[in-house]
Write a protein that binds this ligand. Sequence first.
Ligand code: NCD
Length: 306
Amino acid sequence: MHVVRTQQFDRDSLKRLFELADELEGKTSATLSGKILASLFFEPSTRTRFSFESAMMRLGGDVLSAENANDASSSAKGETLEDSIRVMGQYADVIVLRHPDAGASERAASVSTVPIINAGDGAGQHPTQALLDLYTIERELGSVEGKIVAIVGDLKYGRAARSLAYLLGKFEGVQLLFISSPNLRMGDDIKEYLSEQRVAYEESEALEPAMRRADVVYQTRVQRERFPSEEEYRKFWGQYVIDRPLADSMREGAIIIHPLPRVGEIAPEVDDSPHAVYFKQVGYGLLVRMALLRAVLGNESYGIRL
Ligand code: NCD
């Protein structure tokens, strides 16, 4: 019923969800007419909130939105997340939740009478971002099987990077390169999972060789809001910047993706490179979120363990 972590998906459900996303391209319908989506965002967002709301409207549904729930909801008066969810569930048929605490979506799901979709829980997970990242890879490269995927940047706090690594753990043929400072390495929970799944990964601090090897480079933002101080954040910001010469060093057909927003880690001069796919990725995200809402609110679960 709920979508809180990428481990809930398997290859069959991904295939079915992505086929539905393909079908929905360029379409609007009344499939979810009469249904209401509530977005409850306790952290800033542009793409995730607007794309879920746009997806819902394109499927004929309606939207209730708290884009700044910290100040604009009863949370400002001290209401617990659990109580807010119990209440919102009586107004809406699905709740899309973004929250600064890891595990918040699971807490919400444990008391909710309607489906919870995790739109990012602190440094925990961001499953719908990972779905759209994988969909982007498949749309652009045909399949992720056998591909080398470099995940670059803040792998410690980056929930999008974490969710994507878990999702790619479903594909034995994928090779992962984790490029980060030693202080911002991918968590042991994920590395253990990948070992169990027999998915190969390497860790390195060097971006240049990874740019030349990879079929996919997933560049990410240093997660300023998770660092203990601005000074600590500044030590890592600007460490990995993809500029035009680095983009030009990539293999033919290789792609650069990014969950966005970028804050300097991809130079604007890369935007018209044939490898740059990060703005096209935004459009793919809308299709994936439309498909996901159909799965969560429709009569057919598409094999997802919701
Ligand atoms: C990501 C997030 O919020 O985790 N953004 C997004 O949803 N597109 C990545 C980020 O903020 O760096």
